[in-house]
Design a protein around this ligand. Structure first.
Ligand code: XMP
Length: 502
């Protein structure tokens, strides 16, 4: 299989490029050093400035050693210019947003495009002087060298972002690059599934796997894959009491419909409630939930005998992030994943989805028979509803939030808005305010509605939900959920807010 290596110069851009290349039928992965297995390289964009000594660099003498096609994007574009003796510096002004680029359509990179194309720009630095051997193939009013090429060496640079949807023909540009590379478009998820099943059979064989299932898409798809491969696997689902309405029943239903054996559902609601009682500090809540989860998982696993492997629903971005610890030095929230599991159990790891992006996991899930309503579900945090109830948790608050959550999801789905949103959910703000209902004074809690649009949760915009939808949500919550008399709409983006409340 032909593979494209994508040098990571800045997180989210880089993953988007990789996803687009995969959509075009070529396997791509995020890399930090070259290797002979790649038929071409893409140098990603990133937040750095080339003149800053701390900013990411290519390995030494990269261009002398490599003789395959290269596409540089934004930061990568400037890097090509600098490496070949051109000049990069600060532009007169920052160029940001949708722009019209005048392009030379006789460049193979822009084949099939028009002379004026809408592109997405986001830069301050720019190429001041083009290196020898290169020619300019695009410009905007602000950026005179918006794209360049060296056809002989098949090296291309573009200042704008083809991976972003606002570059209307961005995918076509990437597609043209793949044509220039001349690589085979053989990557598809049907083959991936078949190969993975064969590989699991070969590698795991008769060994025993234990795995925690959260009811989320990743761990469920991983479980289905293991089951399809006929692996002797046991799945532990801990009902913390903090799950969404009917979630446990849904998970049981899915496992039984797909004939996946050995699902062990552990009712630990009381234990979680007791341990969390009186705890209001967010990080403490998160830690308690994470530790208790592991404790219960270990206890249950012990009851089931000896295991050789620990199954996990790790996906590709999780893997890349943990390989890059320095990037995420500040802990904003200590994430709890069903994945972060017991080292002391001394098990080998089995992570069948570790090469896939979330959208690919969803497609695989669908291919394996999971209902679309399930595979298309929004992300849901490990600590579940506990971090959407601010401060102390108790049974009454959980019940309120469960009901409100079901109402919000239902209304959003009915209006056909679910798929457009990254996440939408209510949070319980345990502050009481006065209201009036049927001539009676009320003094009850508030629910905040959080709805965000995002590509990867690193940044998010609050979603401009239609007023009539908000009105319906507000009416239903106040009429149907006892204990709430006020509904607020959260208009904070990330940053400065985070998506979850704790
Ligand atoms: P924040 O609140 O950090 O959330 O902006 C970013 C994304 O991560 C999800 N999230 C979690 N996912 N375990 C998870 O598996 C966690 O502990 C956790 N905390 C936040 C959140 O729902 C959003 O999609």
């Amino acid at each position: 299989m032909d593979k494209i290596g994508i040098f990571d110069f800045g997180g989210q851009y880089c993953h988007l490029i990789a996803r687009r290349i995969r959509e075009l039928g070529v396997y791509s992965e995020i890399i930090y050093k070259p290797s002979e297995e790649y038929v071409a390289y893409i140098l990603s964009g990133g937040p750095g400035t080339l003149t800053d000594s701390e900013s990411p660099k290519l390995p030494e003498n990269f261009f002398e050693k490599i003789n395959v096609p290269i596409l540089g994007i934004c930061y990568g574009h400037q890097m090509i210019a600098q490496s070949f003796g051109g000049e990069v510096g600060r532009g007169k002004e920052r160029e940001y947003g949708k722009k019209i680029a005048t392009i030379k359509t006789d460049s193979p990179l822009f084949k099939g495009l028009t002379n004026n194309e809408q592109v997405w720009m986001s830069h301050f630095d720019e190429i001041k002087k083009i290196p020898k051997g290169f020619e300019v193939i695009a410009q905007t009013d602000i950026c005179k060298i918006a794209a360049f090429q060296n056809l002989e060496r098949k090296i291309f640079g573009i200042q704008f972002h083809p991976e972003v949807k606002h570059t209307i023909n961005g995918l076509k540009i990437l597609d043209n690059f793949l044509d220039i590379v001349g690589c085979r478009r053989t990557y598809n998820l049907e083959d991936w599934v078949n190969k993975k099943i064969t590989e699991l059979k070969r590698e795991i064989g008769d060994n025993k796997v234990i795995m925690a299932c959260s009811g989320g898409v990743d761990s469920t798809v991983a479980a289905v894959l293991l089951a399809k491969a006929g692996i002797n696997a046991h799945f532990i689902y801990v009902d913390t009491g903090l799950m969404r309405l009917n979630e446990t029943e849904e998970v049981k239903g899915i496992f039984s419909e797909l004939n996946i054996p050995n699902l062990h559902v552990i009712n630990a609601e009381e234990r979680f409630l007791t341990t969390l009682s009186g705890i209001s500090v967010p990080e403490k809540k998160r830690k308690i939930i994470g530790h208790l989860f592991i404790e219960i998982f270990e206890e249950e696993a012990k009851k089931l005998g000896e295991f050789d492997y620990l199954g996990q629903g790790t996906i590709y971005p999780d893997r890349i992030e943990s390989a890059q610890p320095s990037k995420h030095a500040t802990v904003i929230k200590s994430h709890h994943n069903v994945g972060g599991l017991p080292e002391k159990m001394n098990l080998k790891l089995c992570e069948p989805l570790a090469d896939l992006y979330k959208d690919e996991v969803r497609k695989v899930g669908k291919m394996l028979g999971l209902p679309e309503k399930f595979t298309g579900r929004h992300p849901f945090p490990g600590p579940a509803l506990a971090i959407r109830i601010l401060g102390e948790i108790d049974k009454e608050k959980i019940e309120i939030l469960k009901k409100a959550d079901a109402i919000v999801t239902n209304i959003i789905r009915n209006h056909g808005l679910y798929e457009q949103l990254w996440q939408v959910f209510p949070a319980l703000i345990p502050v009481k305010s006065v209201g009036v209902m049927g001539d009676e004074r009320t003094y009850e809690w508030m629910i905040a509605i959080r709805a965000v649009e995002s590509i990867d949760a690193m940044t998010a915009d609050w979603a401009k939900l239609p007023y009539d939808v908000l009105e319906e949500i507000s009416n239903q919550i106040i009429n149907k959920v006892k204990g709430v008399n006020r509904v607020l709409f959260d208009i904070t983006s990330k940053p400065p807010g985070t998506i979850e409340y704790e």
